[in-house]
Design a protein around this ligand. Structure first.
Ligand code: PEP
Length: 249
């Protein structure tokens, strides 16, 4: 039986309100042939200001949609932050937590990421937890030490059921937005190792880092890779969906 593929697009700080509306003019007909494919789950994660048109387009096409970040407190004096109840009113079900750009550009520490993961789970929503090593960490032989710290800090204190509900996204920092992709063996090695560390054989583990049509088949065919978190190639419907068609060919 074919495995289920998760194809998640992280738009980062791209696609305004009107550009999101335009995206769905093309996406809706392009996605139609895949709509009833039980082995595919498509999700899009947009900036907060594009969540409304995203929610409308996503509901019509029957895809998952979400936000790229959230704060863990429900309300209060946290200028500039967005809370889980605010996102819930938009119908958001999934939230990316701990993306490497949040960790490295905005300095989000492991403890904050753990609190966000817990708050999202407590709200009955799905955290998409990103983790991964920098080039320097890989070259100095610290890949697994770093990822063990990131993963353990995010899941310690959670019940096995909660640990299973998280969607994990291994994203080597050196492969994000750089055009460099981890080889299928490198990605598989980490995803397999992560599955063991997490202790949940059925956990969903994605790979992210310059995934596109031309490398999708070999990456997504690896046993422990359940799908892709895609940045650049998710901004337009055709290259985004091509990732799945290339895998299926
Ligand atoms: C990402 O933003 O999570 C990502 C993997 O980006 P890209 O596909 O552009 O490398």
């Amino acid at each position: 039986m074919a495995k289920k593929i998760y194809l998640y697009g992280n738009w980062k700080m791209n696609n305004t309100y009107s550009e999101t509306e335009k995206f769905f003019v093309d996406f809706a007909p392009a996605y139609e042939p895949f709509r009833n494919d039980k082995n595919l789950e498509v999700g899009i994660f947009a900036p907060f200001t594009s969540l409304w048109p995203l929610s409308q387009g996503a509901k019509k096409s029957g895809i998952v949609f979400g936000a790229q970040n959230v704060y863990y407190e429900a309300k209060g004096a946290f200028t500039g932050e967005i809370s889980i109840p605010m996102l819930k009113e938009y119908g958001v079900t999934h939230i990316i937590i701990g993306h490497s750009e949040r960790r490295h550009i905005f300095g989000e520490p492991d403890e904050m990421i753990a609190k966000k993961v817990k708050a999202v789970l407590d709200a009955g929503m799905t955290p998409v937890l990103c983790y991964g090593e920098t080039l320097e960490e890989r070259e100095s032989g610290n890949t697994f030490t770093v990822m063990e710290r990131q993963l353990k800090s995010a899941i310690s204190g959670l019940t096995p059921d909660e640990v299973k509900k998280i969607i994990y996204a291994y994203e080597p920092v050196w492969a994000i937005g750089t055009g460099k992709t981890a080889t299928p063996d490198q990605a598989e090695e980490v995803c397999k190792w992560s599955r063991e560390l997490i202790g949940q054989p059925e956990a969903v583990i994605l790979y992210g880092g310059s995934v596109k049509g031309s490398n999708a088949k070999e990456l997504l065919s690896m046993k422990d890779i359940d799908g892709a978190l895609v940045g650049g190639a998710s901004l337009k419907p055709a290259p985004f969906l091509e990732i799945y068609t290339a895998y299926r060919e």
